[in-house]
Design a binder for this molecule. Structure first.
Ligand SMILES: NC(=O)c1ccc[n+]([C@@H]2O[C@H](COP(=O)([O-])OP(=O)(O)OC[C@H]3O[C@@H](n4cnc5c(N)ncnc54)[C@H](O)[C@@H]3O)[C@@H](O)[C@H]2O)c1
Length: 303
């Protein structure tokens, strides 16, 4: 298969490349930055997705069977400070990818959306058919991109699959996300800060599982469907996440609770309970998460 991956140099992109490279796939990597994976046979396209003329000049003569569109603007702090930049990157970037998919006669497009599209809806865990009520510019941008993609695909008779990732963590993650931030501070013997009461519930998904789920959706997912991707087997509060880290390191960990008003996020933006319903992806593709939270954290602590 000829597969174009946008955002290929990010955490999820690099882990997908590692899995796809095991089979006879031709992988085209598009990112702002040169891909840092060594010893893989990849074709690099260094380009800003928002620069449409450059994008077309570099790729329009290529042909792809699938585009996995991961490139995006993410991170609570970043997307709160730069709301318009976030919306532009995620929406305009998707508009450009969709136009490219038509030009390159691509058969299917897989889009990396987010659990943030659900917001704080009352019905839990979140199911793909639940109404969406995003609370942040990031969530709005992801839902807008999903909606545009669906309309574009219907009009142009293309196939899409949308993945809503839930709290992915693991190797290559940027340090502004909670798990790599905490692990970095622990390694430097510095105290941790938990925003709010620490009772916020998350279910973290190791990036190996997220990447494997993406490939399952690519191969076995039904066309024009939305899939939650995550790991719902170990929902955990932020305070207990710190306890699991404590259990798995000889280092002393100190933490303090910091009120939202003194943090990088407002209470109104926070989502207090986030767990995916995974029935659909399990029944359509056979996906089952493999990596326990303790094993994933232990690997990162020992890295
Ligand atoms: N990590 C998570 O927990 C999570 C959860 C929900 C959704 N997602 C979505 O999954 C996708 C991948 O996430 P990730 O964790 O790998 O993120 P990441 O930040 O590690 O990687 C994103 C990549 O996109 C590239 N990129 C950004 N803007 C670009 C542009 N204009 N042109 C070309 N490349 C550009 C960056 O250089 C980076 O390599 C994102 O769209 C994100 O919104 C991630």
């Amino acid at each position: 298969m000829r597969i174009l991956i946008t955002g290929s140099n990010g955490m999820i992109g690099r882990n997908i490349i590692k899995l796809l490279s095991k089979k006879k796939n031709k992988i085209y990597c598009l990112d702002l930055n040169q891909n840092t994976l060594k010893n893989y046979k990849l074709k690099y396209i260094q380009c800003d997705l928002l620069n449409f003329s450059k994008l077309i000049s570099k790729t329009s003569k290529m042909r792809f069977d699938t585009i996995i569109h991961l490139a995006g603007f993410l991170g609570v702090e970043k997307s709160t400070i730069s709301e318009l930049e976030c919306i532009e990157t995620n929406l305009q970037g998707t508009v450009n990818v969709m136009k490219l998919s038509k030009l390159t006669k691509t058969k299917q497009i897989i889009y990396a959306s987010s659990s943030e599209v659900y917001g704080d809806i009352l019905k839990k865990p979140f199911k793909e058919t639940d109404a969406c009520a995003p609370k942040s510019a990031y969530g709005v941008s992801k839902l807008a991109a999903e909606t545009y993609m669906r309309a574009f695909c219907k009009k142009n008779k293309l196939n899409f699959k949308i993945i809503r990732y839930f709290n992915v963590y693991g190797q290559y993650q940027r340090k502004d996300f909670v798990i790599p931030k905490f692990i970095d501070l622990i390694k430097k013997n510095k105290p941790l800060k938990i925003y709010g009461s620490g009772k916020q519930i998350r279910s973290y998904c190791h990036v190996f599982d997220a990447a494997a789920a993406t490939i399952k959706v690519l191969k076995k997912g039904k066309k024009n469907n939305i899939y939650n991707v995550g790991n719902n087997s170990e929902p955990i509060s932020l305070k207990n996440l710190v306890n699991v880290l404590k259990k798995n390191t000889p280092k002393k960990i100190n933490f303090s609770l910091v009120p939202f008003q003194k943090s990088d996020r407002s209470k109104e933006r926070e989502i207090f309970f986030r767990i995916p319903n995974l029935d659909k992806i399990k029944s359509h593709t056979g996906y089952l998460p493999q990596i326990s939270l303790e094993r994933g954290l232990k690997n990162l602590l020992n890295d």
